[in-house]
Every structure is written in structure tokens, then in C-alpha cells.
Design a binder for this molecule. Structure first.
Ligand code: ADP
Ligand code: MG
Length: 330
């Protein structure tokens, strides 16, 4: 039933930035080294994500946007050890219920690519042969055209483009071997432009600027003998010279961009206690845990995660952060 499907889809894709996140994650899953985003009208008119990944096979195009079509999960047990970011096969399908989706793709060794368009979970007509260089380009047009209230709310808030730029900035500093760009459609200048580099510090400098990069302290922790079992964390936190009104916390767990409000709060607390005169912190943190300790299935948008042994992990991170901040403040 199309109304039910549309409501469900509106849950998965809540705003333009949620669509961009899903598309970029698909590009990363496809092994891309370059991901380029262009956006019109904050993403409501157009979202275009182009990559140079492995592409989509011709025979997979007809079912690509059916719900629960995923090439990433074959059996339930796989859920326990998900490596790639997608696993629900719901993102693309959802986009077709709340927008118009067009896919252009070419796989390795093919002479030409194919283009197909989708609506309400189905491919509209046979894929057409077309010129293509490498990888996949997905265009989502007129997002929420059939959800008047949602469209109105979003039209009045001009900050979705800002959210998209912020999202791409986060991906760019974690995936340092991938180049990212993000621009308004038609603009020659990119608002995020990262080139593949070997150094995290270089990419932070490129994306967030020198004023952030020069005020960062390296943090690191690992543990393989306590109850957390295999846990590794590395990242950066700002020193007392950094100034900001709001905390920026860029968190990747097992290479997935997530949020963990308990961890964020815990770090804000030690930060404020250790550097009482400092403003709010900038934090980039990458945590690696056994996949079965991470519950990423809490919500379709997969943002907030829950972790086994969260208290132990938080304590460990707090003590590392505290000692690094003290050292730097001396
Ligand atoms: P999921 O990522 O959970 O598998 P999606 O709805 O996001 O589900 O995508 C469905 C499928 O479409 C993916 O499993 C993948 O096979 C294919 N796909 C989507 N985007 C791309 C892309 N940029 N490059 C290659 N394959 C893609
Ligand atoms: Mg996906």
C-alpha cells in the first residue's frame, strides 16, 4: 500500500541530509576513492552523488529499489558481524517512495553504462544504454514532493545544505584515502573539497581549517585484556586555545559515522573539569570494537548506537582524555 510505504520511507529518509548519508555510505561500500555530491535547493530539488566504485550489474537494476534488496547481507548471522554500512536494503527503496530516483552506472570491463529510473519501489522502464566512465551516479529529484507538510517545514529551514556540508566534512576526515567534494549544483566552487591524503591531520586542516587543526591533541587508547576485550580508540581533541560555542563530536565506530550521546556527554564533562577556562571541545574519535558489541540496528537511520560495555569504554576514554589534556595544559 503506497501510503504505508510512503510513511515508512519518510521515517528512513527524514531530511535531505539523511538521503545524502545513505547515498555516500553506498558509494563507500562500493569501494569508491572519489565521492562527489551536488545539491539544489538544500537537496529538495536535487541530490546527486557520483562515485567511482564497482558499479551495479545490469541484472541487478530491475530489483535495485525494491525493499530489502541488499547485496550486503545473505543470512541472519551476518547481522552479527556487519562490515559494510548498509544492510537493510531499505535506503534506495525508501527514496523512491518520497522522490524520483535515477541511477546511472557502469561495471568494470563494460563498454557503456546503463541508466534506469525508479518510483514507488519499481523500475519505470528498461534500463537504457548510455555513456559512463566509472562507477555510479544517483540522482534524487523532488524529495518529499508527495509529503506537502514535510516539504513546507524543510523549505522554511535553509540549513539543510549546511547539514550536508557538515556530513561530508565528517566523512572526509575519517576516510582519508577517499576524496570528497560537495557543492551547490551549478556552482564551480566546492564547499567541501578533500583530496585523498595519508595524514588525518592534513585532512582535518583541509576540511576544518588551520584554526582547528593547530589546536588539537592526539588521543589514543587500546585494551585487549579487560572485560571490554579488543577495543581501540584513536583521535584528536581540542586544547584550551580552541574556541567554539558548541561541541563538535565526529564519531566513527567500526568505520561507521554514528552518534553516542552518553559518550559525548562524558567527554564534555572531563573536558570542562580539566580545562575549566576552555570553551566547548572539538573531538574526532574512531573506535574499533568487535562487531557483535555494537548494536547499530536501533533505528532505521542508524545514527545513535548502543554498545556493550559502554560504561567501561567511557571510563577508559575519560581517563585518557583527562591525562592528555593535563599534559598539554602544563
Ligand atoms: P543497503 O546499502 O542496505 O544494501 P541500499 O538500499 O542502500 O541498501 O542499496 C541497495 C543496494 O544497491 C546495495 O546493496 C548495493 O548492492 C546497490 N548500490 C546502491 N548504491 C550503490 C553504489 N553507489 N555503487 C554500487 N552499488 C550500489
Ligand atoms: Mg545503503
Amino acid at each position: 500500500d503506497s501510503v504505508v510505504n510512503r510513511i515508512a520511507a519518510g521515517e528512513v529518509i527524514q531530511r535531505p541530509v539523511s538521503a545524502v548519508k545513505e547515498l555516500v555510505e553506498n558509494s563507500l561500500d562500493a569501494g569508491s576513492t572519489s565521492v562527489n555530491v551536488a545539491v539544489k535547493d538544500g537537496g529538495l530539488k536535487l541530490i546527486q552523488v557520483s562515485d567511482d566504485g564497482h558499479g551495479i550489474r545490469y541484472e541487478d537494476l530491475p530489483i535495485l529499489c525494491e525493499r530489502h534488496t541488499t547485496s550486503k547481507l545473505s543470512k541472519y548471522e551476518d547481522l552479527l558481524s556487519i562490515k559494510s554500512m548498509g544492510f537493510r536494503g531499505e535506503a534506495l527503496a525508501s527514496m523512491t517512495y518520497v522522490g524520483h530516483v535515477m541511477v546511472t552506472t557502469i561495471t568494470k570491463g563494460q563498454l557503456h553504462g546503463y541508466r534506469a529510473s525508479y518510483r514507488d519501489g519499481v523500475m519505470e522502464n528498461e534500463p537504457k544504454a548510455c555513456a559512463a566512465v566509472k562507477g555510479t551516479q544517483i540522482m534524487v529529484e523532488n524529495l518529499f514532493y508527495n509529503m506537502i507538510a514535510r516539504r513546507k517545514t524543510l523549505q522554511n529551514s535553509s540549513d539543510d545544505y549546511t547539514k550536508i556540508v557538515d556530513l561530508l566534512s565528517r566523512f572526509a576526515i575519517h576516510y582519508t584515502n577517499v576524496s570528497f567534494s560537495c557543492r551547490k549544483h551549478g556552482a564551480s566552487r566546492s564547499d567541501v573539497h578533500s583530496i585523498a591524503t595519508s595524514s588525518r591531520m592534513d585532512s582535518i586542516r583541509t576540511v576544518y581549517g588551520v584554526s582547528v587543526a593547530r589546536n588539537l591533541i592526539k588521543i589514543e587508547a587500546s585494551d585487549n585484556d579487560s572485560s571490554t576485550s579488543l577495543f581501540a580508540m584513536d583521535g584528536f581533541i581540542s586544547n584550551s586555545n580552541y574556541v567554539a560555542k558548541k561541541t563538535t563530536m565526529v564519531l566513527f565506530i567500526n568505520d561507521r559515522l554514528v552518534e553516542c550521546s552518553a559518550l559525548k556527554r562524558a567527554i564534555e564533562i572531563v573536558y570542562a573539569a580539566t580545562l575549566p577556562k576552555a570553551s566547548k571541545p572539538f573531538i574526532y574519535m574512531s573506535i574499533v570494537l568487535p562487531p557483535e558489541h555494537v548494536d547499530v540496528n536501533v533505528h532505521p537511520t542508524k545514527r545513535e548506537v548502543s554498545l556493550l560495555n559502554l560504561e567501561v569504554i567511557i571510563e577508559k576514554i575519560q581517563s585518557v582524555v583527562e591525562s592528555k589534556l593535563r599534559d598539554s595544559d602544563e
